[in-house]
Design a protein around this ligand. Structure first.
Ligand code: NI
Length: 240
């Protein structure tokens, strides 16, 4: 929650395409999943070495040009400390490993007791936090796309507090929030794995600072780690 300041429909399925393994994404009822269904089908289990690979979609890593770590000047100064906490030298590998790690933690939480959990009256609820992490990744991935494609205009910032309030995360089932996390991460991996060395390092202006796609990618990872640490320190004890 620093200064800078969405969803698979009901019954979408996450599983390994073609092998019948499923994990239902709980939703509001009985509507068809629509477009989100197809995306989530493609996303096979995050616990595997290559989460997007499947017999039907053998993506492997053929398209992945390792990003390398971003240098100062490729991300916002305020993100420096969080980015230093990110292990690894390739953003796509970081995203895959981090999804495994974060989902392991979040899926183990007692869903029935999560409603409205916050450690102080003025703080976000646990659902607000994860909703914020997902929104943030979606926005930063969009920014990375723009920079990789050569956007010359300055990209706008966003008011994270306003967004979190209007996200109304408490109204959403926990499982649906986790499905949103998975879907956005899968989209990020699919986007970033296609970047060439030139696209990783093409710079542009975001919210008043210079950035590159790999800088924004590591920012996404550092931001998630930051919030997961806060969850572990401040929220998880409330659920013990
Ligand atoms: Ni934040």
């Amino acid at each position: 929650m620093r200064r800078r300041t969405d969803n698979g429909s009901a019954n979408a399925i996450i599983g390994t395409a073609g092998d019948g393994a499923v994990m239902p994404c709980a939703g509001h009822g009985t509507t068809e999943a629509g477009g989100a269904h197809l995306l989530l089908i493609i996303v096979s289990g995050w616990g595997q070495a290559h989460p997007l690979a499947s017999p039907r979609y053998p993506l492997a890593h053929a398209l992945n040009h390792p990003s390398g770590r971003p240098l100062p000047g490729e991300y916002a100064d305020y993100a420096q400390a969080d980015i230093e906490q990110v292990q690894g030298v390739d953003a796509v590998s970081v995203f895959e490993a981090l999804a495994d790690q974060t989902l392991t933690l979040l899926q183990a939480l007692p869903e029935a007791r999560l409603e409205g959990i916050r450690y102080a009256p003025s703080k976000w609820t646990l659902k607000d936090v994860i909703g914020h992490v997902v929104d943030d990744e979606r926005i930063f991935a969009y920014r990375a796309l723009c920079l990789a494609r050569g956007e010359a205009q300055s990209l706008p910032g966003f008011d994270e507090k306003l967004y979190a309030t209007n996200a109304e995360a408490e109204m959403r089932p926990w499982r649906e929030i986790l499905c949103d996390y998975r879907a956005v991460r899968a989209a990020s991996v699919a986007l970033f794995r296609g970047f060439s060395p030139a696209q990783w390092t093409r710079s542009g202006e975001v919210n008043g600072y210079r950035a590159t796609a790999r800088g924004l990618a590591f920012h996404i990872a550092g931001h998630e780690l930051h919030h997961v640490r806060l969850l572990q320190d401040r929220y998880f004890p409330l659920l013990a």
